[in-house]
Design a protein around this ligand. Structure first.
Ligand code: SAM
Length: 225
């Protein structure tokens, strides 16, 4: 075998190895989807999400202030649960709209009853599919997720679609638990590190605008498109 042929074969082998190694590295970086948790035991989750002490660490009024919600904003809360944040968005955007989206019909029923009790005509709630927020193109000022991002599968595809729903200058806000042992939230292996969220959303076409660090257990990230 000639030296030239040997060199060519060596180059091909090195190229195949490099592709294989980079493929493995990518697989290691991309975390496996979190095990699916169902939120159908409504009473248990009402107790958790609406815990009267939650405001101490969740600081909802400060979050909404930092988000700079305007009176006529349209805000979509994906994975809204009992609407802990959605109802507050409805009060903050009185001439706009707050939409609570969830895959659990019992959560959506709870939000609808809550909106009726509070007399909030600008508070809607809808059941959505696990793989699609079903938001219409160019209709939303802020898409918000609190403690829900890590539940969503195929996030790059999901949030690429979500991006189309944002109006010009619209934002995506993600609040989720730091990936470590905490007194609240899921176990660490269900959580996603802040850096993973940022890199995934950059891949989906967003840019990080601000990262707020006043919440003790959660990162709070604002993205633009
Ligand atoms: C941990 S709870 C957070 C509830 C609420 N955001 C809060 O902060 O109180 C997560 C919620 O996301 C919902 N959920 C999970 N996967 C979802 C998906 N793919 N699309 C929309 N909602 C989802 C669950 O049913 C549940 O109500």
């Amino acid at each position: 075998m000639s030296v030239r042929l040997l060199k060519v074969m060596l180059t091909i082998a090195m190229f195949i190895a490099a592709v294989f190694i980079s493929g493995c590295a990518e697989k290691q970086e991309r975390p496996a989807p979190a095990p699916q948790v169902r939120f159908d035991d409504i009473q248990m989750w009402i107790n958790a999400f609406e815990d009267p002490d939650r405001h101490i660490w969740q600081k909802p009024e400060e979050v909404i202030k930092k988000m700079n919600v305007r009176l006529n904003d349209v805000i979509a809360d994906i994975g809204a649960g009992t609407g802990y944040f959605t109802r507050r968005f409805a009060f903050a955007a009185l001439t706009g709209k707050a939409v609570g989206l969830d895959i659990e019909p019992s959560m959506v029923r709870y939000m609808k009853e809550d909106a009726k009790k509070l007399g909030l005509k600008n508070y809607e709630a809808r059941v959505v599919k696990t793989d699609d927020s079903e938001l219409e193109n160019n209709t939303v000022d802020i898409v918000f997720l609190c403690d829900t991002y890590h539940h969503i599968d195929n996030r790059i595809i999901y949030f690429s679609k979500v991006k189309k729903s944002l109006k010009k200058g619209g934002r995506l806000v993600i609040i989720d638990f730091y990936k470590k042992k905490l007194p609240y939230g899921p176990p660490p292996d269900h959580k996603l590190a802040k850096e993973i969220v940022i890199s995934e959303l950059e891949e989906a076409g967003y840019q990080l605008l601000r990262s707020h660090d006043f919440l003790p257990y959660q990162y709070f990230l604002e993205f633009g498109v």
